[in-house]
Design a protein around this ligand. Structure first.
Ligand SMILES: [Zn+2]
Length: 278
């Protein structure tokens, strides 16, 4: 049997609003309900940002705590991954929720351009976030927006600065950063296999690239991410009705390539995470 594929659902993000797609979950209760449907469709990791009531991004640990509580109650066993991304807060506020000990947290290890600004990840902040994750036993999912981020993650892991098993997410198709380019994708996968053979990787594409990168990752034996954070449409003319619909589309691709969809328990084993609730 080929390796189960971990499907991560990026449910909300910090940018999309209900004007973009009414299915984007904003309140904590909407997030929990949308996650529940996505888990039923095959998601084993929930990647989450939180929002204020006016839908602007927030880094309030109290909101993250309520989300964690809701997910533990309604999606038992699912892997909870909080974003420490830079749109929700500045400086150390980005890691203010880490004492809640989610299973995982996203971690950017270098800087790059975003559509309208610089995505700043200065070395001292990266080191602080990584050390907080070590302190609270949180496995980072390294968000690689460029090749240098992959190599930096491998180096940091070798030096013992990243907790747990190395897990790298290739993010492709962000405007002004690395496009969704198949040759680059193949090179990323080869670099991971050759230089970090014990690691796992996943890949995410932005907008119309989501389904393209989902298919590349599933075919290449990696894991993948879908959800309304990265893409609010099924195709040019159709809004995605839910996070679950985007996860279902990735699960269908797993079937096409003979990859079983990982259960949360299998995903925990593949990523070397502690059992749920431990
Ligand atoms: Zn995110």
């Amino acid at each position: 049997m080929s390796k189960p594929c971990i499907l991560c659902c990026a449910i909300t993000g910090s940018l999309p609003t209900k004007e973009n797609n009414p299915a984007v979950p904003i309140s904590i209760s909407e997030q929990v309900e949308s996650s529940h449907e996505a888990v039923e469709a095959g998601a084993s990791i929930i990647h989450a940002h939180v929002r204020n009531e006016d839908a602007t991004p927030s880094s309030d640990p109290e909101k993250f705590a309520r989300l964690k509580e809701g997910l533990e109650k309604h999606c038992p066993g699912v892997i909870i991954q909080f974003s420490t991304g830079g749109r929700s807060g500045a400086g150390q506020a980005r890691g203010g929720m880490l004492p809640l000990r989610p299973d995982m947290a996203s971690l950017s290890v270098g800087s790059n351009n975003f559509p309208t600004r610089v995505y700043e990840n200065p070395p001292d902040l990266v080191d602080w976030l990584a050390s907080e994750m070590v302190k609270y036993e949180i496995t980072p999912e390294v968000e690689a927006f460029d090749l240098s981020h992959i190599l930096q993650a491998i180096r940091m892991h070798e030096e013992g600065r990243l907790y747990g098993k190395l897990y790298v997410q290739f993010v492709m198709g962000v405007k002004n950063a690395m496009p969704a380019d198949k040759q680059v994708f193949d090179f990323y996968a080869r670099i991971m296999a050759e230089r970090a053979p014990g690691a796992e990787w996943c890949a995410a594409g932005i907008g119309p690239n989501q389904v393209v990168v989902n298919e590349w990752a599933i075919a290449a034996g990696g894991h993948t991410r879908a959800g309304l954070e990265d893409n609010v449409r099924l195709d040019r003319d159709t809004l995605a009705p839910s996070n679950a619909a985007l996860i279902r589309r990735a699960a269908d691709l797993c079937e096409k390539y003979g990859r079983p969809v990982a259960t949360p328990a299998q995903a925990r084993e593949i990523l070397g995470l502690r059992p749920a609730g431990a």
